[in-house]
Ligand binder design. Structure first.
Ligand code: AMP
Length: 562
């Protein structure tokens, strides 16, 4: 596959275009049954989600005609990328599950080249499903992993000694995030001697699990000691499967207590699961911020980033999974979809093929899928680092337009601006306005949270906004953020309360002076809307006059607002 990248890509495009020749979308652009690259590139436009949203909405409303795909749309996958505050809906077809499965099936054979003996124990993976909804037309809408874990591909997978998990399916498939985590952690502790690898999809998820252990070890140890299950676990399938797994084991309970009782949690993963050979978590992209914390808790275990995937398509895998996080590259598999690459900063007329990308250059990924997305901009920026055979390998650089991210949430500049505007309305009656702001994703504690620095103009100090008002401003900002953020706050508890730090007057002026002293042009200086550079953080933090936190949870339900 990696030797014949270009011919595989040509075949994939031919297959997609010939099977979908009669779709409304391809007919609209007069493709007239053509399946060659030149005609495709000259007639089909490069699009964003917003461009195809009217068609997506029609499918969501129940239109079953072949709009994007001649195969029926089996469900919508809800992306963590948002449009107008709601998760994007990605149409998918049943056979895409096979493609995802194919990529998963390659991960352990690759890992086996680097780490031996993984068939002699189990993987402790914290895997979760999220709430599902239905569109007005009756199609399911849920995240891609929720779809996969609920599929027969996962639920009735044949026994494979290299892929034995400590978590029972019942625990993974429990939609209550507390009960699911509790049962998975309990199983991980009970089977501690068998655990050879510890993981979650993203680094943030694994840290959440460690934090959960910090908060719940006493009850977990009690359950292990007595062989009884915490009454807070009420989900019947979970209770039933735990009944078979849980037996009184006072010795193990004592060990858990001894390790967790200590103030110092350094190396806790290796202490509790001493046979762990590596952590299996994605620490590339926005997740890189968690590397130091994971190193601390794991005592420097290697971190394997095995794959690069999205709701739209599973792209590829890391062929050298034990490399350092900073050296991770993903090899895009040419049979997953048809890929094109927009050189970063160029116009959409300059797209190149997968086999034509050049080492050292950065590109935006453009996708044409079997499910019917045509020349779709994913929004990821990748840099070519080399080749495996003829297949280019990419470093994930960043996602376009993401300012703040704690876990799967992605907040862009416009969303932050809008949230600030909404919150500052509460200051009006106090004759106060926000003159400058910037933000910071604070991930030092678990869960991480958004910090917003505000410089205020208080026009009448006799009626300056009170602490309570500024707390409510925090909540108002959260209410204005997108549904992925609010879901993480409310249902997953994976983001902590938003914080506003009010800074002294003149702080942002100092920030500008600092930037200019480092060579910024006065004419072109713009206040950074997100900061992380240590000297700037130190400056801001030294000027803080008060701190305020959201007093409540924002509103969130699985149903979409629109
Ligand atoms: P979603 O559509 O919610 O599944 O999110 C997919 C996005 O997550 C991708 O487009 C990337 O921006 C990001 N992502 C997925 N896998 C990785 C990875 N291995 N490293 C960095 N970012 C990733």
């Amino acid at each position: 596959m990696t030797k014949n990248v270009d011919s595989v890509q040509e075949r994939v495009l031919r297959e997609i275009l010939s099977r979908n020749a009669e779709t409304e979308y391809l007919k609209r652009f007069s493709l007239n049954g053509a399946t060659d690259r030149e005609t495709f590139k000259s007639r089909i436009p490069v699009v964003t989600y917003e461009d195809i949203q009217p068609e997506i909405q029609r499918i969501a409303n129940g239109d079953k005609s072949p709009i994007f795909s001649v195969h029926p749309i089996s469900e919508f996958l809800t992306s963590s990328g948002t449009s107008a505050g709601e998760r994007k809906l990605m149409p998918t077809i049943h056979e895409e599950l096979d493609r995802r499965q194919l990529l998963y099936s390659l991960l352990m054979p690759v890992m086996n080249l680097y780490v031996r003996g993984l068939d002699k124990g189990k993987g402790l993976y914290f895997l979760f499903v999220k709430a599902e909804t239905k569109t007005p037309g009756g199609l399911l809408a849920r995240p891609v992993l929720t779809s996969y874990y609920n599929s027969d591909h996962f639920k009735t997978r044949p026994y494979d000694p290299f892929n034995v998990y400590t978590s029972p399916n019942e625990a993974i498939l429990c939609v209550d995030s507390f009960q699911s985590m509790y049962a998975q952690m309990l199983c991980g502790l009970i089977m501690r001697d068998e655990v050879l690898r510890v993981g979650a999809v993203f680094a943030s998820g694994l840290l959440r699990a460690i934090h959960f252990l910090q908060n719940n070890w006493k009850q977990l140890a009690h359950d292990i000691a007595t062989g009884t299950l915490n009454p807070k676990i009420t989900d019947a399938p979970v209770r039933e499967c735990m009944r078979k797994i849980l037996k009184p084991n006072p010795e193990l309970a004592q060990l858990v207590i001894m390790e967790c009782y200590e103030e110092n949690w350094e190396c806790i993963i290796k202490r509790i699961w001493p046979r762990t050979k590596y952590l299996d978590v994605i620490v590339t992209g926005a997740m890189a911020q968690y590397i130091p914390t994971l190193e601390y808790y794991s005592g420097g275990l290697p971190m394997a980033c095995t794959m690069y995937a999205s709701s739209e398509c599973y792209f590829g895998l890391n062929l050298n999974p034990m490399c350092k996080p900073s050296e991770v590259t993903y090899t895009i598999m040419p049979n997953m979809a048809y890929f094109e690459f927009l050189p970063h900063g160029s116009s959409t007329s300059c797209l190149v093929n997968l086999a034509e990308v050049e080492v050292g250059k950065e590109y935006e990924l453009i996708l044409t899928t079997y499910a019917g997305l045509c020349r779709y901009r994913v929004g990821d920026i990748l840099r070519v680092t080399g080749f495996h055979n003829a297949a280019p390998q990419f470093r994930f650089i960043r996602r376009k337009n993401v300012l703040l991210s704690i876990e799967s949430d992605k907040t862009d500049e416009a969303e932050l601006q809008n949230a600030i505007e909404n919150a500052s309305l509460l200051l009006k009656e106090f004759n106060t306005s926000v003159v400058e702001y910037t933000s910071y994703a604070d991930t030092k504690q678990i869960p991480g949270h958004y910090v917003i620095y505000w410089e205020l103009l208080v026009k009448d100090s006799a009626i300056a906004p009170t602490d309570d008002v500024l707390n409510r401003c925090c909540l108002q900002m959260e209410e204005s953020l997108n549904s992925v953020y609010r879901q993480s706050r409310v249902a997953d508890n994976s983001i902590g309360p938003l914080e506003i730090r009010v800074v002294e007057n003149g702080t942002f002026e100092e920030l500008m002076d600092y930037a200019i002293s480092r060579g910024a042009s006065i004419n072109q200086y713009k206040v950074p809307r997100c900061v992380s550079f240590t000297p700037i953080m130190e400056l801001l933090n030294s000027r803080v006059v008060s701190k305020h936190f959201s007093p409540d949870l924002p509103h969130w339900t699985p149903e979409r607002r629109r």
